[in-house]
Design a binder for this molecule. Structure first.
Ligand code: ZN
Length: 320
């Protein structure tokens, strides 16, 4: 008998991850490949869909629905990628959902990657059992997703673009001092690089052959070795993060804030503990004792698991 599979796709600025799952959500197989900025979105999409169809065939099945988490902002209602600052420019105004629907001939749901990750964490990760949560991804950029009353909330702006420093660093969105401009992985590396170029001494100089190779992970590694400059950068980042997350907590009073994405997953408690302390200092209107600040439970798989959950929803919607 031919088995029906759900397809999940996580499209990010640096890589595309995909998986097929059984109807109950169990992941059957997965693969990934790098995002190639030189290829058109159509070429990348073809490669993705062919890979998914091959996975389904290898497991003697067929695809019955697909869910996609893609870097935002995007138009959820129309299924169109709008202008993600961390994706190749050729993806702007790309009608992703309708193309996948017509190519695969199955129902498809598309959401931004942070919303997909919030859903993944709520169903399978650190957000299980909570009815109200905020998920923030800290990686190349910063994005956020909200579950309220057990439902994924749409029609929201972008959490990564709340202002945390008036007239601060110019952000990819065009505004100044956004959370993303100051606290993303890219921003952490840039801040450390600026200090080094200004002549500050640090172990960071020995940890990379060229300061251009500095990453947020290098900075976190140097913080673990008590490097003074890296610790300065880290304190600044934690402070700006606490301003941004503190505003979000004051507004939404969630039960839990979950931090995911490559930077948060790599740093773990090195980031979370000082962040909790700083939030305690800053937020008074909401009791922080009632707001957990946790690391994502699915590591870097939050978006992919959420995309699979979106696929299941697409199938349910099609049947009702
Ligand atoms: Zn911005």
């Amino acid at each position: 008998m031919v088995q029906d599979f759900i397809a999940g796709i996580d499209i990010g600025g640096t890589k595309i991850a995909l998986a097929i799952a059984a109807a109950g959500g169990e992941v059957i197989e997965r693969t990934s490949f790098p995002m190639d900025a030189c290829r058109t979105p159509h070429e990348t999409l073809n490669q993705t869909l062919e890979a998914l169809e091959s996975l389904a065939e290898e497991h003697h099945g067929r695809l019955s629905a697909a869910g996609i988490g893609c870097a935002g902002p995007l138009d959820f209602e129309r299924g169109i990628v709008i202008s993600p600052p961390n994706m190749p420019r050729s993806w702007r105004h790309f009608p992703l959902r309708s193309l996948v629907e017509s190519r695969l001939g199955v129902p498809v749901l598309l959401d931004n990657d942070a919303n997909a990750a919030a859903l993944g964490e709520h169903l399978y990760g650190a957000g299980q059992g909570y009815t109200d949560l905020v998920y923030l991804t800290i990686s190349t950029g910063i994005g956020g997703g909200i579950i309220a009353g057990n439902n994924l909330v749409h029609r929201l702006g972008e959490a990564g673009h709340v202002t945390v420093q008036p007239d601060g660093m110019l952000c990819g969105c065009g505004a100044r001092g956004c959370l993303e401009a100051l606290c993303s992985g890219t921003a952490i590396a840039r801040r450390a690089r600026e200090y080094l170029l200004a002549g500050r001494q640090s172990k960071l100089r020995e940890m990379v052959s060229d300061v251009k190779q500095l990453t947020a992970k290098t900075v976190a590694d140097a913080v673990r070795e008590n490097d003074e400059l890296a610790c300065t950068v880290w304190r600044e980042i934690v402070s700006f993060l606490a301003i941004g997350i503190g505003s979000i907590v004051a507004l939404l009073a969630p039960q839990v804030v979950i931090l995911g994405g490559g930077v948060a997953a790599g740093a773990g408690e090195l980031l979370l503990q000082p962040l909790r302390d700083e939030l305690n200092q800053r937020v008074h209107i909401v009791s922080l004792q009632r707001v957990q600040v946790l690391q994502a439970g699915l590591g870097t798989d939050s978006v992919l698991r959420g995309a699979l959950a979106l696929g299941t929803r697409a199938l349910q919607h099609a049947r009702t």
